[in-house]
Design a protein around this ligand. Sequence first.
Ligand code: PGA
Length: 250
Amino acid sequence: MKKNTVAGNWKMNTTLKDGINLINEIINKSESIKNTDLIITPPYTHLSEFNKLLENSTIKLAAQNIADNEFGAFTGEVSAPMLKEIGVSKVIIGHSERRAYYHEGFDFLKRKVDCAISSGLGPIFCCGEILEQRKNNKQEEVVKEQLFESLFHLDKDSFSEVIIAYEPVWAIGTGVSATSNEAQEMHAYIRSLIKNKYGSSMAENTTILYGGSCKPSNAKELFACPDIDGGLIGGASLKSADFIEIAKSF
Ligand code: PGA
């Protein structure tokens, strides 16, 4: 079911000690927030401890990545069942940093989506174009391919667990957000793709987040767009006051 949602993607930031301070600040400040789902996505090392700290909070715990297998000889990997057991309910898949720096391709991401679903983790599936693709007006083509190649193989039941995050790569960590028009246009397009594939009720009920330099100063304008249901927040999620202000921007 579509809900206003703000997710913090901490990326590879904070030691456990710093992370505990930050999550405690967020827990305290989040008490006044109603009707918006909050999700925190810290590094793996924090998850178990955060699961305990979040016991009496409605904040959901997500991971930044999962393996494309469940168990076995895959040194360095962490799998969906392991995450599920320690209280994780969602996982980011297809973030542009992983696509770019770790060469995660369509089939690999598709297997991760399947692993998440079969362990009961909801994918937060990221898509978005690079600057050159936008300059050549290829953004819709690019996003369509990302969705069709790695996500749209899911059946209806499984797809209902998915959150989509549209994150234009040129806006991530640059301070330059997409304009609300650019973002709304893409979100409406993504919703139309969902409608064609899964029907109008699924399209209306799918949460589509915007990510890329979303901050307190632009969140209100972005979240006011009819097809933007919230944000996936990187840099600004590392300051509790900014994160909470963004969460109050609906
Ligand atoms: P940013 O990152 O808010 O720092 O631009 C967003 C993201 O990568 O999810």
